[in-house]
Design a binder for this molecule. Structure first.
Ligand SMILES: [Zn+2]
Length: 184
């Protein structure tokens, strides 16, 4: 069952696209260079939606018809790709999509919280631990020693790389400039 309809299949938009043909012949009705979605009502002076046929404050008729208003809105919206998400029921354009990614590392650094660095070393540590675990299996003595040495080397390499190399790189000497917060 289709629950979320794509924007272009919203029924009210289909109505708009029907009327645009007739009104598109008279583009002088809408100033597409004006980026505003709101307008000052000539009757009450309050800010209202520019592309609704009536002022939302006192019902003053801003457009000859609702169809005309929506067609004007569509012409206005199509004039600039940045207006694609605009709604004629809004007073302002939707905010530019901002970069919502948060630099947790920088944030933790600022707060004095110790994050372990994103790293592949934990996997290496696990591989080393695997060999160490295999060494616990009662194989032939030399095989166990070999596994122990290999596992131990890989394990140590992982630990050293993770804790000493990457961690130090991430938290260079001199604790971050925190406001007396404890560095864990
Ligand atoms: Zn008004």
């Amino acid at each position: 069952m289709e629950v979320y309809r794509r924007p272009e299949s919203r029924p009210w938009e289909r109505i708009e696209s029907k009327t645009i043909v007739a009104v598109a012949k008279k583009p002088r009705y809408v100033d597409v260079s004006n980026p505003s979605l709101s307008v000052q009502c000539p009757n009450c002076g309050l800010k209202t939606q520019r592309f609704l046929d009536h002022c939302r404050n006192d019902g003053y008729k801003l457009w000859p018809s609702s169809e005309m208003a929506s067609a004007a809105f569509k012409a206005w919206r199509d004039a600039d790709p940045r207006r694609a998400d605009a709604s004629r029921y809004d007073l302002e354009l939707p905010a530019e999509p901002m970069d919502a990614t948060i630099d947790y590392v920088a944030r933790a650094h600022h707060l004095g919280i110790h994050l372990f660095p994103n790293s592949n070393y934990p996997f290496i540590i696990c591989v080393g631990a695997l060999f160490l675990a295999l060494a616990a299996i009662p194989f032939d003595g030399s095989v166990r020693i070999g596994l122990l040495v290999i596992g131990g080397l890989i394990f140590l390499y992982g630990v050293v790389g993770w804790v000493l190399v990457e961690d130090v790189r991430m938290f260079p000497s001199g604790s971050p400039s925190t406001d007396g917060e404890v560095h864990h």
